[in-house]
Design a binder for this molecule. Structure first.
Ligand code: GDP
Length: 484
């Protein structure tokens, strides 16, 4: 999402940067480019007009000050950034927990918006933060919803209250009410109530959701909406606001290829904050929504804060400390450490998602490279390292031809893939040494070993064709490649 928007913003600012001294007509032309970009990005017309008017007004008002700056286009850039944060809802909001538990969270939205999946994601998210959630399956409309939520609940080890099997036609209001009673008596501190959706907005849907709302008095009613439906998201939100009423929005499917219109229009048109964002089918593809991080992504600056947080979460605290100590003490970085890093990266999600958070990730050139990345590469790399003996992992210098051949056979890869990995590992070790003398974070907000372990774009790591024979001109290298 946002690729095309991000590119258009970048090109508008590239023109502005070339100007040096900025005039009112430069502001008009950049505002016009932004207007066209937003309209093309499916952003609601009213939001576009207000946004552009505010940028123009603020920039023209600040022009005398801007002209004193040594980097005038940067000043306009800051105005656009702060206005983007505003239309995305301003400061990030958090769940409002009830003073007297349980906190009741009700999910509402159309069928297919991702509500049931989200109930599981939210339960896992809250559990990981030390809460004791109870899931309540009050979507008795969609034939499979109760089973789907029960399976999700089992997979994350969260209790669920659902109607007895075979009693799918029960009353959703009483299921929701009894769920709250159970939570109170068993001291669950959060209850997540999944409700029925329909394919379209209809009276029956609104009536049922309203009844559940009145019966359980939720602390938070979250309106769940699929970001892929573009402008329809705004229309649906308005109908839900009138028919049921909600406190905040959850945007799902932000990983899709929609143009971003829903994300950019919904907070401004509903005047309700976007509380959570879901960007994938996995239960961990979920977090609070941060307007400032989203604005930064739209402006092509990436989302380093999320990247650093994900890295921190993925790396086990003790392992990270051990690595840091090693790093500071100037000890060798081994393939054991490398393996640990690969496993942590796998926990962070797909490589394209990780790299998509870097500045410039939305540029056409970088996008092409990211799209070409092969996520199975991490699995192959792991298999190779796991086929090495502990001594080899500690001292890769002993990896002669026959050892490499054995490792290739053991991992089901080719000798040239083993060679590639060893080369890449040496380069990473070298990078660690350089970083030791300088920038600790490697400039990416990542722990150093992780930054070193990350395959570089365009490196031979990407899309290694299976079992392809290498043709090195160097006889010694060829002997190693062929396992002699
Ligand atoms: P419900 O009818 O609102 O309960 O929707 P579901 O939870 O069953 O989700 C509908 C479909 O969307 C399922 O196939 C989910 O796996 C998928 N889905 C949910 N959230 C996301 C997301 O953030 N990204 C992607 N790509 N798919 C999602």
């Amino acid at each position: 999402m946002f690729e095309s928007l991000s590119e258009k913003f970048s090109s508008a600012f590239a023109t502005l940067r070339g100007r040096g001294r900025i005039s009112e007509s430069d502001i008009d032309s950049v505002a016009e480019e932004i207007r066209l970009a937003l309209l093309d990005g499916d952003v609601a017309l009213s939001v576009v007009e207000q946004f552009v008017a505010r940028i123009k007004e603020r920039s023209i008002q600040a022009l005398p000050e801007i002209r004193k700056s040594t980097n005038q286009s940067q000043e306009i850039y800051s105005i656009v950034n702060s206005e983007l944060v505003e239309i995305l809802g301003g400061p990030a909001r958090r769940i409002r927990f009830a003073k007297n538990p349980p906190t009741i969270i009700m999910l509402a939205g159309l069928q297919g918006s991702g509500k049931t999946t989200l109930a599981g994601k939210l339960a896992l998210f809250l559990k990981e933060q030390g809460n004791t959630p109870l899931l309540v399956a009050a979507d008795l409309q969609r034939p499979n919803a109760v089973t789907q939520l029960t399976l999700l609940a089992q997979s994350i080890g969260v209790p669920i209250h659902a109607p007895e099997p075979g009693n799918g036609s029960g009353n959703p209001v009483s299921v929701a009410k009894s769920g709250i009673e159970i939570a109170k008596s068993k001291l669950f501190n959060v209850v997540i109530v999944d409700t029925a959706g329909r394919l379209g907005i209809d009276e029956e849907l609104m009536r049922q959701a309203s009844e559940i709302k009145s019966a359980v008095s939720p602390d938070e009613v979250l309106f769940v909406v699929d970001a892929m439906i573009g402008q329809d998201a705004v229309r649906t939100a308005k109908a839900f606001e009138e028919g049921v009423g909600f406190d905040a929005v959850v945007l799902t499917k932000l990983d899709g290829d929609a143009k971003g219109g829903a994300a950019l229009s919904i907070a401004e048109t509903t005047k309700k904050p976007i509380l959570f964002a879901s960007a994938g089918e996995k239960l961990t593809d979920f977090d609070y929504f941060y307007p400032d991080r989203m604005a930064s992504r739209i402006l092509g600056l990436g989302d380093i804060a999320t990247l650093a947080e994900q890295a921190k979460r993925a790396i086990d605290g003790d392992a990270a400390k051990r690595l840091e100590e090693k790093f500071v003490a100037g000890e060798e970085f081994t393939l054991e450490d490398f393996l640990e890093q690969i496993q942590a990266m796998k926990k962070m999600g797909s490589m394209s998602k990780i790299l998509g958070l870097l500045p410039g990730a939305n540029s056409a050139a970088m996008r092409k490279q990211i799209d070409a990345l092969d996520d199975d590469e991490l699995i192959r790399t792991q298999a190779i390292v796991q086929s090495m003996t502990p001594t080899e992992r500690k001292n890769p210098k002993i990896l002669n031809g026959s050892r490499r051949s054995r490792i290739a056979k053991g991992s089901g890869r080719t000798v040239s893939e083993v060679n590639n990995l060893v080369d890449r590992f040496s380069a990473a070790s070298k990078m660690m040494k350089q970083m030791r003398g300088g920038n600790f974070s490697g400039g990416m907000g990542l722990p150093p070993a992780m930054a070193a372990g990350m395959p570089s774009l365009g490196s031979p790591v990407n899309k290694v064709p299976p079992k392809k024979k290498s043709r090195s001109g160097n006889p010694a290298k060829r002997a190693i490649e062929e396992g002699r």
